[in-house]
Design a protein around this ligand. Sequence first.
Ligand code: SF4
Ligand code: SF4
Length: 119
Amino acid sequence: MIKLTCGATDCVHNSRELCTARSIHVGGIATESSEGTQCDTFSPKGVKNAFNSLGNMNLTGEFKQLFTKEDIKMSPGIGCSAEKCVFNEKRICSASDVRIEGLGADSSEATNCSAFRMN
Ligand code: SF4
Ligand code: SF4
């Protein structure tokens, strides 16, 4: 199970630095560094986006974690176009521990995947 944490706390999917989305997509085709990646699923907090995000919400994982306070139970699937990353396997992320950075981010472009490693 991928452990995904996220510092983009202004994203509608962010709950205490965990991602409540069922799946995310990381962009960064042809990039050779973490800075060239971004979480395309980022969506700024707001009433409209909160409503729109419900369709991509990992409700089961979220509730499990709230009730058990154990290890990460949420496991969003991660699609990724950063093909030069060593963890990219046919556009699916195979890393066990992924951290999206983006403190204060107000757009996808201000986020990045710090787990990127050049192939
Ligand atoms: S920026 Fe991406 S990884 Fe972070 S909470 Fe939002 S959707 Fe999830
Ligand atoms: S670790 Fe690599 S493959 Fe996984 S999401 Fe980040 S950039 Fe994409």
